[in-house]
Ligand binder design. Structure first.
Ligand code: PMP
Length: 361
């Protein structure tokens, strides 16, 4: 079997030991002669998997006890609607910081349900950086402020989280969850689809301050209500059992590697390998993001001509690289450097980028 260097933006690599373990036990879990996806979600055996995944996430991500962890469905995209459904009540407005297409989508779904406000945006600068945000400009009736901590398409990332904001701060962390330590005192809710850093598609992880949960609108249909899901420990309806099982295994793997601290350290080391090539290439490769807003998870860059870009991507494909195309809406190239991407793969990519540059200068 030839090696594949998988740099997909999501779904993306799952740690090899997790896939091995799943292969070993998923189809006969703990001598039950049942596959994980064959078990009743009301059985003690499944409950063990469910609560293990929650406990392990709490442990590695240092989630304080005054936050609830929910396992929902519908992807991060459903959160774009669930957030305003639950918190954007009559007479209030929701503030959004626009840092890319995903934050625009989040705002658009909220706009279908109530009043929205753009607190800051870098759209007119091609989303090259995280804009400066003046929180004193928050409208008085703001229900919450929504940010996108990592912008998967443009390759930018918030270097820090908003400070001293006196309304709830909600972060879409779809593409950097479990890759950086969180100052929980600065955030009230975090959500992410699992398919990049936390497992496979199908489960959406929502982490919410209990006091925020208590303030949620009770008039929401039960299946879309955070309160409802929280009160049933995310077993209100059938949860995505196999995906939750994989998230538990990924959390175990992160724990064995040294926790989220180690993921953060590794992400920096791996990203540096690629950014150094870009910076030392004399303009052969040009990064999209401003240096101060660079993402450790998605590294976006262009070559001098579209022709050269095409040649780069074609040769990369022949050499076994997968997923280096930029998002279809922006073009160019993108290296997704999630937790499960081995550093050795990034080293092979670095060598390929150097060799391609030498041959095409
Ligand atoms: N937010 C961000 C930052 C994303 O990168 C994505 C998906 N790539 C989404 C939201 C949408 O996630 P989903 O496909 O799980 O709905």
């Amino acid at each position: 079997m030839t090696t594949v260097y998988n740099f997909n933006a999501g779904p993306s690599p799952i740690p090899a030991p997790v896939l091995e373990k799943a292969k070993e036990e998923m189809f006969n879990f703990e001598q039950s002669n049942m596959a994980v996806m064959e078990m009743s979600h009301r059985s003690p055996l499944y409950e063990k998997i469910h609560f293990h995944a929650m406990d392990q996430l709490r442990e590695i991500f240092h989630i304080p006890e005054d936050f609830d962890i929910l396992f929902l469905q519908g992807g991060a995209s459903l959160q774009f609607s669930m957030v305003p459904l639950n918190f954007l009540t009559e007479g209030k407005s929701a503030s959004y910081v626009l840092t890319g297409s995903w934050s625009e989508k989040a705002q658009k779904e909220a706009a279908a349900l109530g009043n929205v406000h753009t607190l800051a945006s870098s759209k007119d600068q091609d989303y090259k950086w995280i804009p400066h945000v003046d929180y004193t400009e928050l409208p008085e009736n703001s229900a919450y402020v929504h940010i996108t901590s990592n912008n998967t398409i443009y390759g930018t990332q918030w270097p820090d989280f908003p400070n001293n904001v006196n309304i709830p701060v909600i972060a879409d962390m779809s593409s950097d969850i479990l890759s950086r330590e969180i100052p929980w005192e600065k955030l009230d809710m975090v959500y992410a689809g699992a398919q990049k850093n936390a497992g496979m598609s199908g489960v959406t992880i929502v982490i919410m301050r209990k006091s925020l949960l208590e303030s949620a609108n009770s008039k929401v249909p039960p299946s879309l209500s955070y309160k409802q899901h929280a009160s049933k420990d995310s077993l209100y309806n059938t949860p995505p059992t196999a995906a939750i099982y994989i998230t538990g295994l990924v959390a175990d793997w992160i724990n064995e590697q040294g926790g989220v601290e180690e993921m953060e350290r590794l992400a920096k080391e791996k990203a540096k390998l690629v950014y150094d090539i870009i910076d030392d290439s004399n303009g052969f490769y040009t990064g999209h993001a401003a240096v101060s807003s660079r993402s450790l998870m998605n590294i976006t860059f262009r070559l001098q001509t579209e022709e050269l870009e095409k040649a780069f991507l074609t040769e990369a494909k022949e050499a076994g690289f997968v997923g280096l195309n930029g998002h279809r809406s922006v073009g160019g190239c993108r290296v997704s450097n999630y937790n499960a991407v081995p550093i050795e793969h990034v080293e092979v990519l670095r060598d390929f980028m150097i060799s391609f540059m030498k041959r095409n200068k």
